[in-house]
Design a protein around this ligand. Structure first.
Ligand code: NDP
Length: 492
């Protein structure tokens, strides 16, 4: 029996789409590792719901494979972890058509089973892990089956990304959710916010006195946000071809990073204060000009399974935005993301202005100072500054002062983002989840861009070589703007 350190409420997690990849690779391995660490209540159960006609054994065997393959703490290797034994008796599975009311009647009966009620105390976390088109259907049925409320106990719902396809559909999904749940019951997930290093942006900014006074237009020259992937679309070609880089990455992950980097200090670390500040940033983002955007498509994308042979979907974007407020007026923020790029890397660099007058003639054009926050893969923070080269002259050189998570917390394996987010959702803490207005403002930021890109008369995305850093035009763009793209977090 695992001794709990933090007790979440006992609850049943009902996963719709439970036969799928997310449940297999992420959700159940995360729940298993949390159990191993004693971070969730031992009375946490799972009910998988999907169309595939699996029996309970086939379902639990399938989940076990996922736990063995993907969990941070695995049942066989980590002898301390006996959680699977504790876990699997509380796993159930029901199958049916997501649009069939009978499925929800069966689910309601299961949740009202006196034994489940006695250990889960009526608490249910619904998790939408199906293709997004099914989200409104499932929400409507949960409502009409009366499963959105319980006394005693609480009911909450986690909604996976993508949340909508544009502003209109995001609003409509929010309306559907509001017809069944209240805001405090809804957890719109962006797994980026569950990453330790993303949360570290907040501690770097607000737990230190030395950075925040510099964090504004008086000292910062520009900000770069990079999220690059080495992989292509893989088996998700059909989905991606209708989505593209702006919906897939910018509307959610990159804008989340932008808000955390540029928001005002919240009055408290709680869901309302933090999200209030993030929304103010999104309201202040000025529409990018098309001449400040570079779109690309990797060579070979059109041959991927599920992709149209004449597809104009962009797999790469580099663009400049501004946040029009007192703190950031006039500071360019460059967003860059793409697939099949040279490296997998997520990093944010804040480049400071040049010194007003440089004293040392032996050094020509010193590199401006920068802080780079490395989100993945080599988590940490880099501070770039000038130092004197030893010797008789006053020549200077740029050095990088590096803090690596792995050096400071040697034995600590960074938990998967889903571990943190599942715990928070069970605890009812929405700080790291998007609020309705946040989602809609972020769609407003990108909606016009998507419309402009998707016009038949719009120029097609520029081709780039897989394994490169995107189209050459992105370098021409940075040359015109007078900066170079940072790759501070690359492993040497
Ligand atoms: P899958 O494509 O694996 O689908 C999940 C399940 O939904 C399937 O097992 C299937 O179950 C059911 N399903 C699939 N297609 C249909 C369909 N056309 N009609 C009805 N049911 C269907 O998705 P993932 O598990 O990869 O993702 C689930 C959600 O999580 C998506 O919204 C995705 O965007 C999001 N997400 C996924 C990530 C990942 O790493 N996989 C990462 C971030 C977000 P059955 O046929 O048994 O009903």
């Amino acid at each position: 029996m695992v001794e709990p350190k933090i007790l979440t409420d006992p609850c049943t997690i009902v996963i719709f789409g439970a036969s799928g990849d997310l449940t297999w690779r992420k959700l159940v391995p995360a729940l298993h590792s949390l159990s191993c660490d004693g971070l969730i209540h031992p009375n946490t159960g799972i009910v998988g719901v999907a169309r595939s006609p699996l029996d309970k054994k086939a379902f639990t065997d399938h989940l076990y494979e996922g736990v063995l393959g993907y969990a941070r703490l695995k049942p066989e290797k980590d002898t301390l972890c006996a959680a699977w034994q504790q876990f699997f008796p509380r796993i159930d599975y029901i199958h049916g058509d997501y649009d069939d009311h009978e499925l929800y009647v069966s689910l309601g009966k299961l949740l009202d089973d006196p034994e489940i009620r006695s250990w889960a105390k009526g608490n249910v976390l619904f998790y939408l892990a199906t293709p997004p088109a099914l989200f409104p259907v499932i929400v409507g049925h949960i409502g009409s089956a009366g499963m959105n409320r319980s006394y005693p106990g609480w009911r909450r719902i986690v909604v996976e990304k993508p949340f909508g396809h544009n502003l209109k559909s995001a609003r409509s999904l929010n309306d559907e959710l509001y017809s069944v749940f209240t805001e405090s019951q809804i957890f719109r997930i962006d797994h980026y916010l569950g990453k330790e290093t993303v949360q570290n942006i907040l501690s770097l900014r607000f737990a230190n006195a030395i950075f925040e006074p510099l964090w504004n237009r008086n000292f910062v020259d520009h900000i770069q946000i990079l999220v690059s992937e080495q992989v292509g679309v893989g088996t998700r070609g059909g989905y991606y071809d209708h989505t593209g880089v702006v919906r897939d990455m910018i509307q959610n992950h990159l804008l989340q990073l932008l808000t955390l980097m540029t928001m005002e200090p919240p009055v408290a670390y709680n869901a309302w204060s933090l999200r209030d500040e993030k929304v103010k940033v999104l309201q202040a983002v000025r529409n990018a000009k098309l001449m400040d955007c570079v779109w690309g498509q990797y060579r070979g994308y059109r041959d991927e399974p599920g992709v149209q042979p004449d597809s104009r979907t962009a797999t790469y974007a580099a663009l400049k935005v501004y946040v029009d407020n007192w703190r950031w007026q006039g500071v360019p923020i460059y967003l860059r993301t793409g697939k099949k790029l040279a490296e997998r890397s997520s990093e944010i660099s804040l480049q400071f202005k040049r010194v007003p007058h440089f004293l040392f003639p032996e050094s020509y054009d010193p590199t401006p100072n920068h802080i780079s926050i490395c989100i993945a893969p080599d988590e940490g923070v880099h501070l770039g500054f000038e130092t004197k080269v030893p010797g008789a002259s006053m020549k200077t050189d740029s050095v990088d002062m590096i803090y690596r998570y792995s050096d400071r917390f040697e034995t600590y394996v960074i938990p998967d983002a889903y571990e943190r987010l599942l715990t928070d959702a069970i605890q009812g803490d929405a700080t790291l989840f998007a609020r309705r207005d946040e989602i809609e403002w972020s769609w407003k930021v990108v909606d016009w861009l998507i419309t402009a890109m998707e016009k038949p008369a719009a120029a097609p995305p520029l081709l780039y070589e897989p394994g490169s850093w995107g189209p050459e035009e992105a370098n021409q763009f940075s040359d015109r703007e007078g900066f170079t793209w940072h790759h501070s977090c690359s492993r040497e």
